[in-house]
Write a protein that binds this ligand. Sequence first.
Ligand code: ADP
Length: 336
Amino acid sequence: MRIVSGIQPTSQLHIGNYLGAIKQWIPLQEKNECVFFVADLHALTIPYDPEKLQQAIKETVIAYIAAGLDPEKSIIFVQSQVKEHAELGWLLNTICPIGELQRMTQYKDKSKKFKENINAGLLDYPVLQAADVLLYKGEAVPVGKDQEQHVELIRSLAKKFNQKFASPASSLGGGGGITFKEPASLILKEGGKIMSLTDPKKKMSKSDDPKSCIFLFDSPEDITKKIMSAETDSGKEVRYNITKKPGISNLLTIYSLLTGKTTQQIEKEFTGKGYGEFKKSLAEVTVQYLEPFRRKQKELATREVYLQEILRKGAGRALTIAQETMKEVKQKMGLS
Ligand code: ADP
């Protein structure tokens, strides 16, 4: 299968990005053709500092590799280096009803959060995302739960394009029939939505307060501090109950995903022990789990040439596929 996914270089990556998305990318590399990009064009839709963008892109690539992506197996590159993303995005705009975009939850949330900057890109974001996936004729998109609605739109645009531009092969000199497959979203049942540490009713997000996120490369002290001060609920029993105990339930989910233990096993382990002891143990588990990430990050940060080479090769491989798709798309749309 062709797998496609990406993450915005809007800040450091957090364990929500890891547990919801990247963790499932790693095993997928073994038997599939994977395309993983740094979504820098998407990052421009919220306020950012141009002087810091290149560094953020580099850090995202480092996070990909430190978390286990293998540049020999996966195509890793920066979105803006393959101009066909923007080109296909424009073409798909012309078949996307505006109402579909206005009803997107992420658009509504982000327009509330960035009231001063409700730019057209914020609304159009899911169309560019459709281009990101369809450019490579992606068949599956491993993402967190917050992206489910966007992947639905990708499917609907693929279908629409296929219906609208299904010219017979003869009139095109080959290449007729279906252009795009309708990609499936791969969303994990556990980990698909890790919640904020400071407000467990909201998802953990890079664009929120750093205290609400555990970043992949946080120091052991910061991890401990953030977990110990994470919002918990009334009562003191460590029990999974998403409605009555959203804070503890979120921490239990993280604990379970990092240790492989079930939440029931963890509840049992902490019977009669209270929140403090549970959080202390979770902090230790997290510090330990992320230790190899920190180690690899330090090593990769000094290997500028190696990183540049990965991105150069990745963009080259991506471009070959992208150009082939664009040739077909342009023919079908009457542009060539
Ligand atoms: P953010 O919302 O933190 O800025 P992105 O929009 O760049 O993150 O998303 C990158 C990937 O991480 C996507 O697949 C997204 O679904 C996933 N993701 C983001 N936040 C979470 C979360 N809190 N829990 C699980 N997955 C998440």
